[in-house]
Design a protein around this ligand. Structure first.
Ligand SMILES: *Cc1c(COP(=O)(O)O)cnc(C)c1O
Length: 455
């Protein structure tokens, strides 16, 4: 790297200003506590999105529910609402407490987005929502429906033929392509998914089997998005779903908060000043964790503390926020390779929109190694019979990352949380896994078991 200038400063200058960068560059695990974290009432002033936008999104999803049931009968149980369970995982909690030699005060829950119908990952929130929003916009503009109609009529052939005149394109490391591809193909759109080199073969195969065009790139996510965006912009009938900048995608994720609040209520779990909520979200480009966390901040304000989790080899949001350069900076600028088995998180350049929105709302970010993701993956199968993909395991250790770490403890201290931790609720967001083919899940499991033996 030598004297290379990164966003106006030499590497030495960057490290001098941010000593934590040394560990990040060496791909050591770290916990960063956001020095700009601020009270919700202050932080929200500089953000243009509000609860009204989230509610509007939730209402749109309700309008589409009859349509979803029609195309995807597996959603009938929840009346066409795509939502996941919130569960206790006591055996896993005990296992990690022993592994880390740290007992966790408070209660730990797992939000099982791995079980979301249709896409089997958190992308069933944002990805599907944006496709539906675009569908509704087109249908309204062409007088095919009114807002009061039963949208299930859109499942009829004449509408499918109508949507077939339009194309949807997206760049993806795998899961976003799956959610958008599966939904768009059902509606009738032509779909082109631009897959980065990280995308797993089975995800591409599955999409092609649904009639989706998959274009493969030898480059990483950022480049696949760039190419897809350019191709789509050249075609007036094509709509590009832009994971790096899309507000609709972000809002689609945020509706999770309204539903989570309901689930907590049903479990008689109160979140207030004396019962803080901690949420741990695996982060790639940032839209998924950002959207969910944004909804939660709107609902629970200063009583919720949101942490993102990234692979040590793809800490793009961490670099973007720490340097305050957001999407101007990428992990490769610091000589980090962006190579990780956590394909859902293999992103080298963060969303600038999410980084800026969260600059005063995010509590912190920790990083985790691939080996550890595999150990968690196999342990979760052993202890709770829950099958997650590697990316989705990044949030599971969140509570312990805070407790075993000096930076974490000083965060708790400075926000007067130490004596409330016995009442704390920790939610790890399990972001995907349901669609992983069994033989590949078995491979993951065996890798995890082998790593467990070594440690
Ligand atoms: C996409 C994804 C994430 C992260 O979402 P971003 O919007 O990319 O930050 C986390 N886990 C899984 C399994 C994913 O597919």
């Amino acid at each position: 790297m030598g004297n290379k200038i990164i966003c106006g400063k030499s590497l030495e200058e960057w490290i001098c200003h941010n000593p934590l960068l040394k560990k990040i560059i060496n791909t050591e695990t770290t916990l960063w506590s956001n020095p700009k974290y601020d009270k919700f009432e202050n932080a929200i002033n500089s953000i243009s999105l509000s609860m009204e936008d989230v509610v509007d999104c939730e209402q749109r999803l309700k309008r589409f529910a009859p349509f979803i049931v029609k195309h995807f009968p597996e959603t009938k149980k929840l009346n066409g609402i795509i939502e996941s369970p919130l569960i206790k995982i006591p055996s896993m909690q005990k296992y990690i407490s022993e592994l880390y030699n740290t007992n966790l005060p408070g209660h730990m829950l797992l939000k099982c987005d791995n079980l979301l119908s249709i896409a089997g990952s958190i992308k069933a929130r944002g990805g599907i929502y944006e496709v539906l929003k675009h569908t509704e916009d087109l249908a309204l503009k062409n007088n095919l429906i009114t807002l009061d109609d039963d949208y299930s009529k859109l499942a009829h052939k004449k509408y499918i033929d109508f949507f077939n005149k339009y194309t949807i394109q997206v760049g993806s490391t795998g899961n976003l392509g799956l959610s958008i591809g599966i939904m768009s193909a059902k509606i009738g759109f032509n779909v082109i998914v631009h897959m980065s080199k990280d995308a797993k073969q089975w995800k591409k195969d599955l999409l092609r089997s649904k009639g989706v065009t998959v274009i493969e790139y030898k480059s990483d996510y950022n480049k696949a998005v760039k190419k897809g965006r350019a191709l789509s912009n050249n075609d007036p009938t094509s709509y590009f779903i832009d994971d790096e900048n899309s507000i609709n995608l972000f809002l689609g994720y945020s509706a999770a908060a309204i539903r989570l609040k309901k689930q907590l209520d049903e479990m008689n779990i109160v979140i207030d000043e004396n019962h803080p909520l901690f949420v741990y979200l695996p982060c790639g480009v940032g839209g998924g964790p950002g959207g969910v966390a944004f909804g939660l901040k709107l609902l629970f304000k200063d009583n919720v503390h949101c942490f993102f989790a990234e692979p040590t080899h793809s800490p793009c949001m961490l670099l973007g926020m720490l340097t305050e350069q957001h999407n101007k900076i990428c992990v490769q600028d610091f000589g980090i390779d962006n190579i990780t088995e956590a394909d859902g998180l293999a992103v080298g350049r963060p969303s600038g929109f999410v980084g800026k929105t969260f600059k005063n709302l995010l509590s912190g970010i920790y990083t985790i190694q691939d080996d550890e993701l595999y150990v968690l993956l196999s342990s979760l199968i052993d202890t709770e019979k829950i099958r997650l993909e590697p990316s989705a395991c990044a949030g599971i250790v969140g509570p312990w990352e805070i407790f075993k770490n000096k930076t974490g403890l000083s965060y708790l201290e400075s926000h007067n949380l130490i004596d409330k931790m016995n009442n704390a609720i920790h939610i790890s967001w399990a972001t995907g896994g349901q669609l992983v083919p069994e033989e590949i899940m078995n491979e993951y499991y065996n890798i995890g078991k082998n790593f467990s033996k070594l440690s």
